[in-house]
Write a protein that binds this ligand. Sequence first.
Ligand code: ATP
Length: 265
Amino acid sequence: MTLLAVRGLTKSFGGVKAITDLDLRIARGAVHSIIGPNGAGKTSLINMLSGIYRPDAGSIALDGVDLAGQPAHRFAAAGIGRTFQNLQVFFNMTALENVMAGRHLRERHSLAAALLRTRALQRAEAESRQFARDLLRLVGLCGQEDTRADAMAYGALKRLEIARALAAQPRLLLLDEPAAGLNATEAREIDALIQRLAQGGTTIVLVEHNMALVMEVSDHIVVLDHGRKLAEGTPQEVSAHPGVIEAYLGKAEVADEDEAEAAHA
Ligand SMILES: Nc1ncnc2c1ncn2[C@@H]1O[C@H](COP(=O)(O)OP(=O)(O)OP(=O)(O)O)[C@@H](O)[C@H]1O
């Protein structure tokens, strides 16, 4: 049932504690969102879950195998894929080529096979191309296969980034603010895409500030505040949690309300 189990995860930058003693359980086939105010530690967490940051302490076990302390390519090879807030697409390549580049991780061919362009390699390339086309259709980019990334709209690039990450067929997909910078229509496209992926059984960890999106797609939400877990549960449970409301509204507004009440008294 549990795909990823995180225990005691801790990371500091100098004197700043980004994540402190965090435990998480990511269930297979579910959409888990990580939310929290700015500076809560969400990006630090996702960077540790993908091997970009090395934790100071704690374990990150994917299907029981602890990856903590391993380099990022080991996380990717173990089946953890991710997208980045600042897109990691090749702008001088077409959409299809970008997705095929993302698939490269799974393909193993000998140098001799590559040089001789064996039939097996040609077949594998054709399969890879078809798989990339299917992924572009899945993310709603059918018809843009041959468009260069630098000619694509920002909303389309965000979906291309997801297709690139899916190309490696990850067991766990980490989405880092997929709706950031998108208008309402584009954000709804991301919403629908996440729901399609979830229906297909993809396990997703989503870091996102767009609360409408988070509430719509999540099975489970973890709220971080100052690097610690403040609350977790279903969207309904979390949105009714007083600590979460306070963390989001901020003490200033709560104080303002107190002052307003006092003034009315
Ligand atoms: N590479 C770094 N070097 C120094 N401090 C860092 C680094 N990365 C994160 N921090 C600090 O760690 C804390 C958590 O930051 P983090 O970016 O993980 O939060 P966040 O929840 O993703 O915030 P946001 O929603 O604004 O992206 C912050 O105080 C931040 O300044």
